[in-house]
Design a protein around this ligand. Structure first.
Ligand SMILES: [Zn+2]
Length: 472
């Protein structure tokens, strides 16, 4: 068998596999249309690449090395794109925290005005990540490189069916699927999109140019490219922390701090982490985003007073009595203080937490000033559109009472008692943290599962209501 025929057969059998799997995957239950859109796109693109292989086989002979390379390239691109089916396969409704999809999309829309499709997909590693590149654009570049059919040359749009919005992928640790408290970390992933748009704007590169040229002026040219990459990575991560906490409030800060625990806050970085900011710096900037920690502590204290004096209905009293619930008034304060005490954004000036590498240390030498500027750019950009505990004060107490009472917070009740916003994601997630940290009882870990479920239920009810009111 000649080389062209062999390669063509590989491409044909991969396409048949894609077709079979598409049919199966289209039958799964998903919480949004995004996975189905991706599957339809993959199938159409795979079909287009098969057409390309037919065209190359028919029009070039085997001795043409360039044609063989193109055929091989077509096969590689087809395999690469087909491999994305694994993300769809693992994003069926049973495997993802689907209640988060709408809030993630809403957060992006609120901040960027962009209507996006989000594919939420689990990963086995205990980590969160985001692919902020639009999947369609990403795939198109590969397909364009190998496409030889004249009607598609320079224009492969017809193959990319159904993708009418920017399409991004966010992954989360699969073990946390039903743990909304920890899933508050997702705000950092969404914030990456804002960071990309706000600070690394291709039309206005002044922010990046200014700091990168300062770094370069201190270094031998041989280190320039690594140092610039380290600087960019650090700004992306640190500002995503800041913006994530600004968007979803203290729940994100607490989730991020809890994530940091597994790495050790103060551990200096090593070569493996090249450029990734040490957690102690991240805690420093998260503290800035938290603003007045005292405001939050005061709210907790007042919630505690309300809970102790609660006479809303009989069941709350009996619930508290039956389960020997004690509200520990200092626990939450201690936790918040332990996390943030002694850590300030100034810690970023201390380079002893960095790996001992000239490029890394020089990249971070401008970081303090750079972050202050980045914060002021974001604060101006977002102005009033950030999470604020004062907006949700009364509702927060109502939610805490609902959780202790074992009933899902009702969005109708929230709207009735609301001063400003109605159901607010940051508020729902913070109430979980407050209850978990401040309630002491022998079987609290069992109750945490119930509280998590109640909050997911409330998020679902709100998502459904929003979708209903959007369409009627
Ligand atoms: Zn990140």
């Amino acid at each position: 068998m000649d080389q062209h025929t062999a390669l063509f057969e590989h491409i044909l059998s991969t396409h048949r596999y894609v077709e079979r799997w598409s049919t199966k995957l289209l039958c799964l239950d998903y919480s949004s249309e995004s996975p189905r859109k991706l599957i339809k796109m993959i199938k159409a693109v795979s079909g287009g690449l098969l057409e390309n292989a037919e065209y190359i086989s028919a029009n070039y002979n085997e001795a043409d090395v360039a044609a063989t390379r193109l055929l091989k390239g077509t096969f590689d691109v087809q395999n690469f794109i087909a491999s994305s089916m694994k993300y769809v396969q693992s994003s069926d409704v049973e495997q993802v925290p689907w209640s988060f999809i709408e809030p993630l999309k809403n957060t992006i829309k609120k901040l960027l005005g962009d209507d996006v499709d989000v594919l939420l997909t689990p990963q086995w590693e205990y980590n969160y990540s985001v692919y902020i590149q639009d999947i369609e654009k990403w795939f198109k570049r590969y397909v364009e490189d190998v496409m030889m059919i004249p009607k598609y040359r320079g224009n492969v749009d017809d193959l990319f069916v159904d993708l009418d919005k920017k399409f991004i992928m966010i992954s989360f640790p699969s073990s946390q699927r039903l743990n909304p408290m920890q899933l508050a970390c997702l705000s950092h992933e969404v914030a990456h999109l804002v960071v990309d748009k706000l600070y690394f704007d291709k039309n206005d590169t002044s922010f990046e140019d200014n700091y990168v040229s300062q770094i370069k002026s201190k270094l031998d040219p041989v280190y320039h490219s690594v140092a610039a990459k380290v600087w960019k990575r650090a700004v992306e991560e640190l500002m995503s922390d800041y913006i994530g906490v600004k968007m979803w409030g203290p729940a994100s800060a607490l989730a991020m701090s809890s994530m940091a625990l597994q790495y050790g806050y103060n551990t200096p970085k090593n070569r493996k982490d090249h450029g990734y900011p040490p957690w102690i710096y991240r805690i420093g900037i998260i503290k800035v985003a938290m603003g007045q920690v005292d405001d939050i502590k005061r709210e907790i204290m007042e919630s505690k007073t309300i809970l102790n004096g609660a006479k809303m209905n009989k069941s709350i009293d009996s619930f508290i009595e039956n389960y020997s619930i004690d509200i520990d008034e200092t626990a939450f304060m201690e936790v918040v203080h332990d996390i943030f005490k002694g850590y300030d954004i100034e810690i970023i000036k201390d380079d002893s937490y960095l790996e001992n590498d000239l490029s890394v240390k020089t990249a971070y030498s401008v970081m303090y000033d750079c972050l202050l500027e980045a914060i002021s750019i974001f604060d101006k950009y977002i102005s009033s559109n950030v999470w604020n505990i004062a907006d949700v004060r009364n509702n927060l107490r109502y939610i805490i009472l609902s959780l202790l009472n074992g009933v899902p917070p009702s969005s109708e009740e929230l709207k009735r008692t609301s001063e400003c916003s109605a159901v607010d994601l940051g508020m729902l997630l913070l109430s979980l943290w407050i209850v978990k940290i401040t309630v002491t009882s022998p079987n609290v870990s069992k109750q945490v599962d119930n509280w998590n479920r109640l909050i997911l239920w409330a998020m679902d009810a709100e998502n459904i209501a929003n979708r209903y009111f959007d369409t009627v």
